[in-house]
Design a protein around this ligand. Structure first.
Ligand code: NAG
Ligand code: NAG
Length: 250
């Protein structure tokens, strides 16, 4: 009889603590994210300037604004396929500020060497790959659910394939150099129809000169987050020569 009571009491304790844990933990996380989103909406330039150096770089760094905002609105770990003088320090700082794991991968030993000191920090790991052969095997063993993947490596033809690979397990996938005139090279749309693999898409296009005669686009894709939020944020962000917030026709 006594045994039965003890078991019952234990069960009540276990279930009530699970209940308390669930209802205290989950809304807390969500609230933190909602608060952050509110702050970004109120003052998006402050968040951009925290991670992007000015003057803004209008070529290799043309994905910096969408990268900062997209990383901040996701929760999971960060992956960078192809390192760069703008994206790597930017993502490193976000991973450190928000205590999120970041993995940077490159097939060029010079890029790895340039940033190797990051590999000594708590949240950031660098990996050198000889190539992306058997990439599925390489990624499968390393990644489960992710927050953000940036696909920005030099294997143009593999970029759309890698972006699709992460479609179902990553909150946001970003591909760089997605402007229409470069599609003959990267084949995001031609041959691969990348847009069809994601529920939501936003293409951010940054003008490179005052005359607005050229621009570079960054395509942001998601099956998990309604990206109209990005349009709102990008519309209130400032850039020197202007940009188009979210328009797939660019
Ligand atoms: C970074 O550190 C991890 C383990 O901490 C190691 O496996 C990896 O090889 C290191 N990366 C490089 C490029 O040395
Ligand atoms: C993602 O999941 C959907 C639905 O389960 C499936 O149809 C699609 O093929 C998957 N995409 C990829 C790239 O794995």
């Amino acid at each position: 009889m006594l045994k039965k009571h003890i078991v019952l009491v234990l069960l009540v304790i276990i279930f009530s603590s699970m209940f308390i844990y669930y209802f205290s933990k989950v809304p807390e996380l969500n609230n933190a994210k909602i608060n952050l989103l509110d702050k970004i909406l109120q003052d998006p330039n402050e968040f951009v300037l925290r991670y992007v150096q000015i003057p803004l770089d209008y070529s290799y760094g043309s994905n910096s604004i969408p990268l900062v905002i997209s990383a901040l609105i996701t929760n999971g770990n960060l992956v960078e396929l192809g390192m760069g003088s703008f994206s790597t320090p930017l993502l490193h700082k976000i991973s450190s500020d928000y205590n999120r794991q970041l993995v940077s991968i490159d097939t060029n030993q010079d890029w790895i060497n340039r940033f190797i000191i990051y590999n000594t920090t708590k949240n950031h790991r660098l990996y050198f790959y000889h190539d992306f052969n058997n990439f599925q095997q390489k990624f499968d063993t390393k990644f489960s659910k992710l927050g953000l993947v940036l696909v920005d490596h030099i294997y143009a033809g593999l970029r759309p394939i890698h972006a699709k690979y992460f479609a179902n397990n990553t909150e946001i996938v970003i591909v760089h150099d997605a402007e229409k005139r470069s599609d003959t090279f990267y084949l995001y749309e031609k041959n691969n129809n990348i847009r069809a693999f994601f529920k939501y898409a936003c293409k951010f296009s940054l003008y490179q000169n005052f005359e607005k005669t050229s621009y570079i686009s960054t395509l942001i894709l998601s099956n998990f987050i309604d990206l109209t939020i990005l349009e709102r944020i990008f519309k209130s962000v400032k850039s020197d020569f202007g940009h188009v917030a979210c328009d797939l026709s660019f």
